[in-house]
Design a protein around this ligand. Structure first.
Ligand SMILES: *Cc1c(COP(=O)(O)O)cnc(C)c1O
Length: 528
């Protein structure tokens, strides 16, 4: 044997005789994950992680090898059962997409290629550009627009801000920093806008205090008259307004700002117009929602996620920019840019790495491309419409029940409500605690997983229907759960009061944070 032959066991691939066993193991893993999705309804939405499970992965750094099948067993038994649950139709918390089997397979293919999408001349980059073209056309952006996959809308919002900053302050901001003018910059969004906008102001060196939050109207949309008044006052005070962000689907209640009005104000006031369409922008695929997004085509930049309403597996955020030159100006590093070749692997400039902060990037575009191609925009739009229909169904059920109170209009796919009771001894804070406890009870019951939000200073049970698997029966189960858990809490509170007056051992008077374990659903329904 020649001395230059590599030792065969230094590769991480299966040894020549071991591929068949590896392949069988791989097929088992694929089948298990397809089973997981097919039978997701048979599982609880979420369950508390037992202490032993949490502790079980705490072990020394693995210096020596472990059989794949054994490691996979840990995944099956310790990890898979204890996720957030957003694949499950009963998951209604926050805004989480449900994922699809198609997206799952596409991610497997992407990892198989192990493509690095920073740049170079390769079809994976062409595919990302193609998705950008589709998005340009879908949202009515002009020919010269550019787009880029990023982790999520938090990142896309930050990038939109950085592009706006560069467009206003010129190349000097990239070499010399903000300068005097930069310290006067002020941006605007509504009080209902997502918290990542303030974080972006921090990261961009402008400071969170330079994000001026504008009041909302009774539909939770930005109050444009208040915006104009604030703009005038800020200018009079010597500040420099430069950016307005409109929300296309607020995270609290799903409100869509009047984007046409904001576009008009931005044009008149020479502001950069950014839209945070994290989950709502893809509503453009649904014929009855699209008209409500009018004005989105005027945005200078638009951030949104395919991993929410688009059902693409995490993560798949996207930034669309009206003017690709401004986009490049904010991120391209001239030294790297100039080394590009006209031909060969180093061709195909500009590269994705010129459009954002990341150099190495995974092949995010593939799962989105597969999802769009396999299901088609019409079907995805129907899924979005259905989540809104279900929200109206839930809203009507809440309205029909005297023990429930709706706290916000049902604008899209989000319903905010609370359990109420006519107990004069209970003040508003106690009702908030009770509703928070009902939500925790529900989550721990494994039946449904809504989340909470604060509206007009009161805690609301917040149901965001994003998952394409959710059906009306899941909402019926949610309502039955809220009613019976609420009734059980009222009853136990009554018990504790009786106990204290009769001198019998007193129950805890505070709100119990754990669900009544046995039969919480045996309690009588208060209505329905
Ligand atoms: C989810 C969301 C974000 C943040 O997006 P990520 O993809 O989680 O980073 C921003 N804005 C709104 C309105 C959202 O719903």
């Amino acid at each position: 044997m020649s001395a230059t032959t590599d030792a065969p066991d230094e590769s991480l691939d299966p040894a020549p005789g071991e591929w068949a066993a590896f392949r069988a193991q791989g097929h088992r893993m694929l089948d298990d994950m397809l089973d997981y999705v097919e039978h997701i309804r048979e599982r609880p939405v979420w369950q508390t992680i037992p202490h032993e499970v949490r502790a079980s992965i705490n072990e020394p750094f693995p210096v020596s090898a472990n059989p794949l099948a054994e490691v996979y067993d840990v995944f099956l038994n310790k990890i898979l059962p204890y996720t957030v649950g957003n694949v499950h139709p009963g998951f209604m918390g926050w805004v989480h997409g449900g994922g699809t089997p198609v997206g799952m397979l596409a991610d497997l293919l992407a990892s198989g290629l192990n493509a690095n999408l920073g740049g170079r001349d390769q079809m994976p980059v062409e595919l990302e550009r193609q998705v950008a073209c589709w998005m340009r056309d879908l949202f009515g952006f002009p020919e010269g627009a550019s787009g880029l996959f990023v982790t999520g809308t938090s990142m896309a919002n930050l990038m939109g801000l950085l592009i706006a900053r560069r467009a206003l302050l010129g190349s000097a901001v990239r070499t010399d920093g903000l300068g005097i003018e930069g310290t006067k910059l002020v941006a605007y969004a509504s009080t209902a806008a997502h918290g990542c906008l303030a974080r972006a102001m921090d990261f961009a060196g402008l400071g969170t205090a330079a994000l001026h939050l504008i009041a909302v109207n009774d539909q939770y949309q930005i109050d444009t008259a208040a915006l104009e008044a604030t703009l005038a006052a800020d200018r009079a005070a010597g500040l420099h307004p430069f950016l307005i962000t409109g929300s296309a689907g607020t995270v609290d209640v799903g409100a869509i700002d009047d984007l046409s009005a904001l576009a008009e104000i931005a044009r008149r006031e020479s502001l950069w117009f950014h839209v945070d369409g994290a989950y709502g922008a893809l509503g453009i695929l649904a014929p009855e929602i699209a008209p409500r997004l009018r004005g989105i085509e005027c945005a200078d930049s638009l951030a949104f996620d395919f991993h929410k309403w688009g059902q693409v597996p995490y993560d798949a955020g996207f930034l669309l920019v009206r003017d690709s030159t401004q986009h490049l100006d904010a991120f391209a590093a001239p030294a790297a840019y100039l080394r590009r070749e006209a031909r060969g692997l180093a061709g195909g400039s500009p590269w994705p790495c010129d459009l954002g902060p990341d150099l190495s990037r995974r092949f995010r575009a593939l799962a989105t491309w597969f999802t769009l191609k396999v299901y088609g925009g019409t079907k995805l739009g129907c899924v979005i419409s259905e989540t809104c229909r279900l929200a109206r169904y839930l809203g009507a059920a809440v309205d029909a029940c005297s023990t429930l109170e709706r706290l916000a209009p049902v604008s899209l796919n989000v319903v905010c409500f609370r359990f109420r009771c006519d107990d004069p001894d209970r003040d508003a804070d106690q009702m908030d605690q009770m509703n928070a406890a009902i939500v925790a009870d529900l989550q721990e019951s494994g039946i449904a997983a809504p989340s909470t939000t604060i509206l007009h200073n009161r805690l609301a049970i917040r149901v965001a229907i994003v998952n394409h698997r959710t059906r009306s029966q899941d909402l019926d189960a949610l309502i039955a759960g809220v009613l019976s858990l609420g009734a059980a809490r009222l009853a136990s509170r009554l018990d504790s009061r009786l106990d204290s007056s009769s001198g019998v051992k007193k129950h805890a008077t505070g709100i119990n944070t754990t669900a009544p374990r046995d039969g919480p659903f045996d309690a009588p329904l208060l209505c329905g």
